[in-house]
Design a protein around this ligand. Sequence first.
Ligand SMILES: C[S@@+](CC[C@H](N)C(=O)[O-])C[C@H]1O[C@@H](n2cnc3c(N)ncnc32)[C@H](O)[C@@H]1O
Length: 268
Amino acid sequence: MKNIIKKIKPLYFILNKIRHFKIEIIFTNIHYFICLVLKKPYFGKKYGANIQSKKEREILRRLVKQVQNLKENIKCLEIGSWAGCSAVTIAETIKKSGKGGMLYCIDVWRGTDENIKITKGKVSASAIFNLFKHNVKYSGVENYIIPIQMTSDEFAEKEKDTQFDFIYIDGDHKYTQAKKDFINYFNILEIGGIMCGDDLDYFSDQIDENLAKENREKDFVTDKEGRTYHAGVTLAVKDVWNNKVGMRHSIWSIQKTKDGWIPYNYSS
Ligand SMILES: C[S@@+](CC[C@H](N)C(=O)[O-])C[C@H]1O[C@@H](n2cnc3c(N)ncnc32)[C@H](O)[C@@H]1O
């Protein structure tokens, strides 16, 4: 009898896992389709539409409000919008303030390696762009967002003479592109404006820099302590900002000054 139980136990464990996994997939899909049919925004697990945490969204709201304290009708820019989670957060902040403003969302809507991993590469760019538009529309912020389907390089070149008050960078996290984006977009940030970016999981002095350098052109790396982080972002923050940035919940931020920049001070 003991032997039979011994044999059945792992089988039961595996079957249970499969059952939970399948049930989760079924519920995720039901939730998604209900939102589409009922015309509600969808920021659930499907397609990793819920990619931003509640705490990250709080930080974004706070940074946008900070810029709004300085002026009305702010011009905001987001590099990397995916299904619209952060874009809707920024646009809702603009809308609620009643002070006017606009958010330009720049994305190729192809996804980073991380997005492709979440979706297992089984989702087309048009499906994500459609979900983005759905979320924007049914969150009631359509009048505050202008989506622009192009690469960050193309937009930076096209708008090199424009100035923005708030810039959020959450596009390609690999070193070369992240560094390029930081530099290009700092050039079109207004003095007094705030620039911030996602996925600074650790500063360079908290990680093994050699491992990070070897993997800087990958979306993320896992070290021997089991920590997964975006090596490209960590190294670009070091090389461009000399680690002189504010950081909360993996969002780094700076404020442009006449002479350069200062780390955004969260306690102010
Ligand atoms: C991590 S997702 C953005 C998530 C989004 N900010 C949110 O919180 O919901 C990264 C996005 O950047 C876009 N992207 C990657 N490289 C890009 C590039 N060079 N130019 C424009 N968009 C890019 C991808 O298509 C993807 O949608």
